[in-house]
Design a binder for this molecule. Structure first.
Ligand code: PMP
Length: 362
């Protein structure tokens, strides 16, 4: 069986020659490569997750609530509180990580004969999800300093008239956010839907795009996740806020019972402790600013970040530099931007280990 290779399979044309997405999972002491929250959940949260999943375990012979109404209601309460924008259950949708939310969006609004446009470098799953849904991907450039030039963005949107526009704010892997005034200009220019990927919103100084939902109900979709600030990456819970009609559209493409009863219960238990979990955001933001300043002192050129990671250079040979960090016991990310590497902000001790390795890498 092992002698059959991918080339022997009748693989879809769009997938030929592709490599799977994913950072190397290496057993290294300091792991700063996937933008997680470095602080594990507190014992009270763990106890609540255990109690909640035990309760649903008794009902595992039944399918879960297909519409995850209670979870969406809790998410609406959290997001309303965080943004000051009134939202109800009908504005919220949830799935297994925001990657699944984004995939469902492309299933509903992209597809064969349709296009999706994004401003690169950005989150590399966007073009992969486009390819997986047979949506044509249209890359548009950012400025050399990685910020979004709104005039260039509008020109690209006018030229291509995409069905879906992705704006990642704060942008992964560069860390910069888009101000709401610029986002409004992008929304005015777009005919199709504009998906603002706010996976790192809790770390940002900018207000959430949720504030523009009432103004652009037929266009704006804001995607969020519990994987980053909420310290729930292993729980797999992403969500979005949009007009109820967008949620109706996603119900046409979602798999029935896509969110397990265990996931729904665990996410609700974690949300109950949101305030406590999110207290780590302030520490991470001040650590981020310390890491940026220290990298600058060491002679690196870090990109100013609004998220829980920092893109920095300049390396003659970034892949070789990445290897030297691994050899020093620090796993960071080579995101394929020449001369640059990306580090996730960890605990103060982890950041010290990263900075010590950086001193060697100079
Ligand atoms: N959007 C962005 C910008 C991300 O960086 C990530 C995680 N790397 C995601 C979405 C997806 O995260 P998840 O599926 O864990 O919600």
């Amino acid at each position: 069986m092992d002698d059959v290779t991918l080339d022997d399979l009748p693989l879809a044309e769009a997938l030929r020659g592709k490599t799977p997405y994913g950072a190397p999972q290496l057993d290294v002491a300091v792991r700063l490569n996937t933008n997680e929250n470095p602080y594990p959940p507190p014992p009270e949260l763990v106890a609540d997750v255990v109690a909640a999943t035990e309760r649903v375990a008794r009902e595992l012979h039944r399918y879960p609530d297909r519409d995850a109404v209670e979870l969406r209601t809790d998410l609406a309460a959290y997001l309303s509180g965080a943004t000051g924008v009134p939202l109800t259950t009908r504005n919220l949708w949830a799935a297994n990580g925001s990657n699944e939310v984004l995939q469902q969006l492309l299933q509903a609004f992209g597809g064969p004969g349709r296009t999706a446009l994004g401003f690169e470098p950005s989150y590399s799953m966007h073009p992969i999800l486009a390819s997986g849904t047979r949506t044509e991907w249209l890359p548009a450039p950012r400025r050399d300093d990685f910020t979004l030039d709104v005039d260039v963005a509008v020109a690209a949107i006018r030229r291509h008239d995409p069905d879906v526009v992705f704006v990642t704010s704060p942008n992964n892997p560069t860390g910069c956010s888009i101000p709401l005034t610029d986002l409004r200009t992008v929304l005015d220019a777009a005919r199709g839907v504009v998906v603002v990927d706010e996976a790192y919103a809790e770390f940002s100084r900018q207000p959430s795009a949720v504030k523009l939902l009432a103004e652009f109900p037929a266009k704006l979709i804001v995607s969020r996740t519990m994987s980053k600030a909420f310290a729930f990456a292993g729980g797999r819970l992403g969500y979005l806020a949009a007009a109820p009609a967008v949620v109706d559209a996603l119900q046409l493409v979602r798999l029935p019972y896509h969110l397990s009863a265990l996931t729904q219960a665990a996410a609700r238990a974690a949300l109950k402790h949101g305030e406590q979990t999110l207290a780590s955001v302030a520490t991470l933001v001040s650590e981020r600013d310390r890491v940026v300043a220290s990298l600058r002192d060491l002679g690196f050129q870090p990109v100013d970040s609004d998220a829980n990671f920092v893109l920095f250079g300049h390396f003659e040979d970034a892949p070789a530099a990445w290897r030297s960090y691994v050899d020093a016991g620090v796993l960071i990310r080579d995101v394929g931007i020449p001369g640059h590497l990306r580090v996730t902000i960890g605990t103060p001790e982890e950041n010290d280990a990263f900075l010590a390795a950086s001193k060697e890498a100079v």
